[in-house]
Design a protein around this ligand. Sequence first.
Ligand code: SF4
Ligand code: SF4
Length: 461
Amino acid sequence: MNEPEDFRDHISTVNEAGKRVWIYPKQQKGKFYTARTIVSWFLLLFLFGTPFIKISGHPLLMLNVIERRFIIFGLAFGPQDFYLFVLATITIVIFVVLFTAIYGRIFCGWICPQTVFLEMVYRKIEYWIEGDSANQRALDKAPMDSKKFFKKTSKHLIFYGIAFLIGNTLIAYIVGIDKLFDIVSHSPSQNLSGFISVIVFSILFYIIFAKFREQACIIVCPYGRLQGVLLDPNSVVVAYDYVRGEPRGKFVKEEKREIGDCINCSLCVAVCPTGIDIRNGTQLECVNCTSCIDACDSIMEKVSLPKGLIRYASMKGIKDKIKFKITPRIIAYSSILLILLSVLITMLFIRSDLDVNILRAPGKVYQEQPENKISNLYNIQVVNNTFENMPLNIKVNNSDAEIKIIGKDIVIPLQSVGDTEFLIILPKDKIKTALIPLDIQVFAGEKLIKEIKTSFLAPNK
Ligand code: SF4
Ligand code: SF4
């Protein structure tokens, strides 16, 4: 490529004086933009609608990180499920690494909430109020008058209104929609922490989408920073076909083109929301938003050259002039991703609501009791993954045995782990051997939840 290499020295949104360069991406049209718009409607519907969906009176999704209580598709998870959290984290990390190695930053361009909100909500409102990039530039340079004041004020009020909505939605995911209604319908003094959280999140989202924008992807997002190690020449990314495009040069009507197909119109740069030139190759700033694909395709159509000068492709595919095809590597990686996801989902759904363990207490094997009786001490531990406090009842299959709970009755609070101790007591004259097999039954209310085989130790006869 013939371009100067100065793009390597600084990021596109910072000038040589170290000042932020504000990006005014040109408004975009095209098949990818339309498809991304449709995908964004579904994602936004899911995001804003999910807190209202309940299963048996409980949220479909709740991520209460403060109290470490989570509800995922109606199933409750808590600190007792730490092993699942570790497994899910490992799965997600492997998933992200493999997924990115094959499909590049497809997530950033199509699904990431930052891109969806910035490009599909905030930017559209900006175009609607201030016009396309040239009008926005002109408006920013113009002195303040009533027209500019009205446009800027209305834009920022709408921006804040949406940020407020996002902030409330986030709180709804953390504490549930009922608690959110409680926060917004009472005086702030009655729910001070909830009220402050809503305001803080709203301001934060407003700053991110109105001011910080692409800097979140370039500077803050760890996924973006990791692209250098996650991508390889076989990864599918939004790429410029330099083999076909170079040497670039002006388009001259009705002249036989003897140079590359890039007509150097710079439209791909003008539409880029991170301000880069994709013709310089894969860059950290590229969020794979596909705007440059649509832009270049529209130009190729106008000059009657084949579309796809910028397209989804691997760098190796471009270099070797190979069209994208499903390779054994893609099949292998995708299969591993599928297996990992299936294992995780299966683990989540096969987990029982109540998990009971009974062990004989360590220490003395049996205890002498008054009235010529012998007892054994047992520990019972119960993991209650349900939404109810669970009163437990213990029975044993020996009509001579008596059960004595140490302390008060066992009630395991919802979504927590509880344990207690109990004694099984047998009259000495009913003991015939030193090892008596027992079946202990644990009931939640009237429902038998676990039957455990154990033994009762007695002195040798
Ligand atoms: S280079 Fe293209 S795909 Fe990457 S961010 Fe810019 S417009 Fe989007
Ligand atoms: S839009 Fe296409 S033709 Fe125009 S400069 Fe970019 S790559 Fe070249």
